[in-house]
Design a protein around this ligand. Sequence first.
Ligand SMILES: Cc1cc2nc3c(=O)[nH]c(=O)nc-3n(C[C@H](O)[C@H](O)[C@H](O)COP(=O)(O)OP(=O)(O)OC[C@H]3O[C@@H](n4cnc5c(N)ncnc54)[C@H](O)[C@@H]3O)c2cc1C
Length: 321
Amino acid sequence: MSHTEPTDAYPEPMAFGRRGGAVGRRPSLTRLLGDGSRSVSFEFFPPKDADAEDVLWGALFQLEELDPSFVSITYGAGGTTRDRTVDITSSIQRRTTLTTIAHLTCVGSSRDELHDVIDEYAAAGIENVLALRGDPAGGLGTAWVAHADGLNHAVELVELLRERGGFCVGVAAFPNGHPESTSLDQDARVLADKQRAGAEFAITQFFFRSADWFRLRDRAAAAGCDMPIIPGIMPLTSVTQIERFARLSGVEFPAEVAARFEGIEDDPVAVRERGVEIATELCAELLEGGAPGLHFYTLNRSTATREVYRNLMSNPHLIRH
Ligand SMILES: Cc1cc2nc3c(=O)[nH]c(=O)nc-3n(C[C@H](O)[C@H](O)[C@H](O)COP(=O)(O)OP(=O)(O)OC[C@H]3O[C@@H](n4cnc5c(N)ncnc54)[C@H](O)[C@@H]3O)c2cc1C
């Protein structure tokens, strides 16, 4: 797929995201995901300081113009961003027209503490939560230890949120397999269990081969899971950064993708362009193959995501049913 130079002009959203007509209203996520249109969404993390917050708002306002289905805000490892996640998610609700999802993990929290955060989310008007277990406090590769009065698996957090009521609940899924799982079939069964517990959609870890998402979708369907599984896309803008993220997340960085950066590693502009091209190809294959939407890991920046989005919009057949 050819790559055109970035411009500031982006086409009007059509049959993608909130279908271009919902600005000014905040439709329910359950309805958005259930109406058969393809979602487009963006993930952000809570900023650490005032400068980082400016960068985040800049990205948010630029991406808001694309009329996404929703934006999601992460919950820092070990629950370290609890207050910032609540604050930034409720600020986005107040200052924009965006539908928000707040992430929540079980790490280091008792049931009562989780109830408190859920109450804070409800009080802030947050209606959508991504229910996660979280990584072990010692990092990937160390043993998971639940809080003595806490939860052991994300499925229990889905149950807690559904018992509380009033939330549309999403969960995580893993095209390359969760690092602690013994098999891809185990992952598929876990996903089906989460749906039975009340989850309405899943968002995947980032990955680089469309075949990995198709395999997950088919295994999940065979296990009885038919909720939307939205592919998570990380546009590559720096090879070393992505290799590090992939290592930290237990994601495979395929040799054929790495090979496409050979010879241009020292040219940041060329790396960016190649990264956008690769992400565009991945998104196009996924949409062609029936993916229910795309969730972009923005790293709190908008440019690469907007370029991928613009490339997709120039192929309208991809984004219509
Ligand atoms: C879209 C997305 C967003 C994320 N956002 C955040 C975030 O904001 N903050 C953060 O800290 N982390 C985040 N993560 C990382 C996530 O918390 C980790 O990947 C974590 O290791 C797994 O979380 P989970 O919700 O899938 O856990 P679980 O569903 O509990 O699965 C964890 C492991 O336990 C196994 N398992 C699950 N249920 C059972 C059961 N009943 N019996 C036996 N085994 C079981 C699973 O197969 C898997 O191997 C995110 C991941 C994704 C994909």
